[in-house]
Design a protein. Structure first.
Length: 344
């Protein structure tokens, strides 16, 4: 493993996120210094720094987490300071006790760390008195509030575009996989060629997982976001398509595995197999049409998978393979809106 991989991210944070964080820290520092007399407003600056997150939902959660952690840490440090002073051993005991307290009340890891950090800062940076503790709590709440307001005011990010791109890539790959499987059935294949088709089909699952993660990120970015209303309908449609097309991935991988395991050189000459290949090409067309990737215009081109394929006399040499493909093809037909009728 490279040393730089331990501290470098694969990609930079958006510059807007960096600027918003800097503005929030400066604003929190100045506001706290003006409103709350006393030591330097370190707590306010740290709160603002942590609260500015990529989404408003995350910002709100971080503000709550930060505030609860600070309150517990300050109260704990104040009690220990009043009882035993601010000697080194008291600071160490406060840090350990803060972690145990957070564990006992099931605070999130970030909040647990904040309890210990706040206890250490209170005992090292100021006198542990009730007035000092109250000021630090108010300072933290002010910093968290300013951080959240800055995140709201300065163009809250909406992550709908990455979700749309991930879905477009997934739908295009599903369509391409149908076409590849049709080509596999219509043309004589070598073993390495079959293995490549199988590998490409299996890659649909991680693509689906990436699309799902992108949709969840987009949903989070719309929560509490004043700009989210115009995008929610699109996000719901993207989620509907993902849920609808997820079974297609299962069917595609299963059909590809069936062909891989039962492949024979004379499959390409079987008229029933060629008919199934044609149905797969129609399915590819309807997948593109149903999502609207631009490859097929739904306003112009009607659905191609219009009726279930019926085979009265399957080949005696390939009837098991054909029967399995027909069963999956029937499920695909139902998913894409075909009639619910037997496939054989």
């Amino acid at each position: 493993m490279q040393v730089t991989a331990a501290f470098r991210s694969p990609q930079r944070s958006p510059l807007l996120q960096v600027l918003k964080t800097a503005i929030a820290v400066v604003a929190a520092w100045l506001a706290a210094a003006w409103l709350i007399q006393g030591p330097l407003p370190v707590f306010a600056a740290i709160a603002a720094l942590l609260v500015v997150q990529p989404s408003l939902n995350q910002s709100f959660a971080k503000a709550i987490e930060r505030s609860v952690g600070v309150v517990l840490g300050v109260v704990l440090a104040s009690l220990l300071g009043l009882a035993f002073g601010n000697a080194t051993w008291v600071i160490l005991i406060a840090a350990a006790a803060g972690l145990v307290l957070a564990w006992a009340v099931k605070i999130t890891p970030g909040g647990a760390n904040q309890v210990a950090i706040s206890a250490i800062l209170v005992l090292t940076l100021g006198t542990a008195t009730p007035g000092y503790a109250l000021d630090r709590i108010l300072e933290t709440l002010l910093g968290a509030f300013i951080g959240f307001i800055v995140n709201v005011a300065l163009v809250p990010p909406v992550a709908i575009a990455p979700a749309r791109e991930a879905m477009t890539a997934l739908v295009s790959e599903i369509s391409a996989s149908f076409v590849r499987l049709a080509d596999t059935l219509e043309q004589v294949q070598s073993r390495p060629g079959l293995e490549e088709v199988m590998l490409q089909a299996r890659l649909l699952r991680p693509m689906r997982d990436r699309a799902d993660a992108a949709l969840r990120t987009a949903a989070e970015s719309l929560t509490l976001n004043p700009r989210g209303g115009r995008h929610r309908q699109e996000l719901e449609e993207l989620r509907r398509v993902l849920d609808l097309y997820t079974p297609l991935i299962t069917q595609l991988i299963g059909m590809t595995r069936t062909v891989y395991d039962g492949y024979a050189q004379d499959l390409a000459t079987d008229p029933n197999v060629r008919a199934i290949a044609e149905q797969l090409r129609r399915a590819a067309h309807d997948v593109e049409r149903g999502f609207g990737t631009g490859a097929v215009d739904p306003r112009v081109e009607p659905p191609a998978l219009t009726a279930p394929l019926r085979i009265s006399h399957p080949s005696p040499d390939h009837w098991i393979l054909i029967g399995s493909l027909l069963e999956d093809l029937h499920r695909i037909h139902r998913t894409l809106g075909g009639e619910d009728a037997p496939a054989a």
